[in-house]
Design a protein around this ligand. Structure first.
Ligand SMILES: [Zn+2]
Length: 465
């Protein structure tokens, strides 16, 4: 319609039309360009651009967005011990965590990797940034140099809101891990030489203003923790546990699971004014006292008093040889108390010199005073067992001897009976016959001689007459 009218104007005055057409074109051009500009500004404000959202489905507005980061991958194996490889374990946990979290309403879940690929720490954090993550959860398993440490721990940023948010989530996570039976090594911060977060994933995440927690589920090189990861089913259980912690922290509900955490109370952690520095000093006190020595079985009861005012007490080890050899690490019995009594077994025939090492939350230890005790000459269970074995052996030998004697007696009797019953041999019969014949012969000769003598006497008597 407008055009027809404009054409009519053209008929009236060419000059006026040209000025009018140029103005209209300019306005249209201005409109299109401004439209394109405003659309691009809008897109940038929303954090989406063609390049950045490649392959990523955008989360619905109002949804909580979390990114799960299965530690390591590709050439980066992570911890390796016996048949266990960390990069494989973290992926199983992450898959299970995502599957469980997707059963909740109001949450969108992303994973930095869902296969065996290598990613840098920066790439992982950039991904979290691209999807507008509200939180980054990094899944790991731990190892220690001497394969002695055990338990679960969470690492959080040492700075501001990232510390308080990290600590608040980690409290939920650690509670669940403890309920599962794992020993808590605490929620901690760690700084590098430059005084910034030591762990790259936390550092790069915090740089992008994304709260991040590094979960070390347990130690994959320690027998105390082994029952928690020795089967894929247990790793899947870890994933469900991690998802539950996230659901609680974000007050989610799930119709499918019939759970509602909307009233869950998170631990309130104040935003620290200063950097939350890690503990770099050994426990402040570690002292022992022997409260009982049982001379008949070698049990020694030791009272330990130890404290660390920065990171608390975590483990203790004991020695009965003055500190040359120590027991494996023991759980601190109750972290809220500084003094407790434990019983140790001292072998016999040694002069016990008792020493205890008390460890703090950062695995630094203080050695206690030494207590020397009199030697105990009791018999160990092994010695008693060996003695019993000896006794039994002796008994069995004497029983064997008695049995052998009895057997030989029976054999002797059988032999004598057999001898009595033995039939006369031909040789024996012949000997008897010869002896008898000789006797008969001898008797005959002597009879002849006697009779011959009597005849000669009678003849001499007849001659005399
Ligand atoms: Zn790791």
């Amino acid at each position: 319609m407008k055009r027809q009218r404009n054409r009519r104007i053209f008929r009236w005055d060419n000059f006026i039309w040209l000025r009018f057409r140029n103005g209209l074109f300019g306005m249209a051009l201005l409109f299109v360009v401004s439209g394109m500009l405003s659309a691009s500004v809008y897109a940038q404000e929303d954090g989406i651009s063609g390049e950045m959202t490649d392959g990523i489905e955008e989360a619905e507005s109002g949804q909580i967005v979390v990114v799960i980061d299965p530690g390591h991958g590709g050439e980066n194996l992570g911890g390796e011990y016996e048949d266990y490889t960390e990069k494989e374990m973290t992926l199983i946990v992450a898959d299970s965590m995502r599957e469980e979290l997707e059963k909740y309403e109001g949450i969108t879940v992303y994973m930095t990797r869902d296969d065996d690929r290598e990613l840098s720490l920066v790439e992982r954090c950039e991904y979290a940034e691209r999807v507008n993550a509200d939180f980054l959860f990094c899944l790991h398993f731990n190892m220690s140099g001497e394969h002695t440490l055990f338990g679960a721990e969470c690492w959080v940023s040492a700075f501001g809101e990232n510390y308080s948010k990290g600590y608040s989530f980690a409290s939920v996570e650690m509670d669940l891990l403890q309920d599962l039976g794992l020993y808590s090594r605490g929620i901690k911060t760690r700084l590098n030489d430059r005084g910034i977060d030591y762990y790259g994933i936390i550092r790069h995440s915090v740089e992008r203003d994304i709260p991040c927690v590094l979960i070390e589920h347990c130690h994959l090189d320690q027998e105390n923790d082994q029952p928690f990861y020795d089967h894929d089913e247990k790793l899947i259980e870890f994933g469900i546990l991690d998802a539950t912690a996230v659901a609680k922290y974000f007050h989610l509900s799930s119709e499918e699971l019939n759970v509602d955490y909307s009233n869950y109370r998170n631990v309130q952690v104040d935003v620290p004014a200063n950097v939350v520095s890690p503990d770099r000093t050994e426990p402040d006190i570690c002292m022992i006292e022997v409260v009982d020595q049982n001379m008949s079985n070698g049990e020694v009861s030791v009272q330990v008093s130890a404290a660390d005012y920065d990171s608390g007490m975590l483990y203790y080890t004991y020695s009965y040889d003055g500190g040359q050899n120590f027991s494996p690490l023991q759980r601190w019995q109750d972290k809220s108390v500084d003094t407790f009594v434990f019983t140790m077994q001292v072998p016999p025939h040694v002069v016990p010199r008792i020493v205890v090492n008390g460890y703090n939350g950062y695995d630094l230890y203080t050695t206690s005073n030494m207590v020397s005790l009199p030697s105990m000459d009791y018999k160990t269970a092994e010695e008693i067992a060996a003695q019993m074995e000896g006794k039994e052996a002796l008994e069995s030998i004497s029983q064997t001897l008695v049995a052998a004697k009895e057997r030989s007696r029976i054999i002797t009797r059988e032999v004598s009976i057999a001898q009595v019953k033995k039939p006369l041999s031909f040789q024996y019969f012949m000997t008897v016959c010869i002896v008898c014949a000789l006797l008969v012969l001898g008797m005959t000769i002597s009879m002849i001689l006697i009779l011959g003598g009597r005849k000669r006497k009678r003849r001499r008597k007849r001659k005399k007459r």
